[in-house]
Design a protein around this ligand. Structure first.
Ligand SMILES: [Zn+2]
Length: 121
């Protein structure tokens, strides 16, 4: 039996703030609630891979799940320069982050938000 590789989850957010919350949650879900850098499951936040202060965007491709400790340690450093110096650096996670930066997708989880529509009944 052949199973489809792509599973699409379509959420229809109730409001803009709810949409934002769901978007943040979807990023954490995609990273399985683990820090993209060290793999910790403790105090997961979101991190701008390229800091906003250095011109990084707030697009999904520039945001990963990140533990509070890495987030504070990384601060405004170039992520790869910071990351290769860390004891928990792995080639596997570096690749996953680079893949994410290209597509904003890790596995086969596709989270799509349909455009807002004003429906009049
Ligand atoms: Zn971490």
């Amino acid at each position: 039996m052949v199973l489809p590789k792509v599973i699409s989850l379509i959420f229809i957010p109730a409001s803009a703030s709810e949409a934002k919350r769901m978007w943040k949650e979807s990023i954490k879900n995609d990273w399985k609630h683990k820090c993209a850098y060290c793999g910790s499951e403790h105090e997961i936040t979101l991190d701008h891979i390229v800091p906003k202060a250095k011109g990084g965007t707030s697009h999904t491709t520039n945001i990963v799940a990140c533990c509070r400790s890495c987030n504070a340690s990384k601060a405004y450093e170039d992520w790869i320069i910071w990351y290769i110096q860390q004891p928990f650096f792995t080639e596997e996670r570096r690749e996953a982050i680079e893949k994410w930066m290209e597509k904003g997708l890790l596995n086969n989880n596709l989270v799509a938000y349909p455009p807002r529509k004003n429906v009049v009944y």
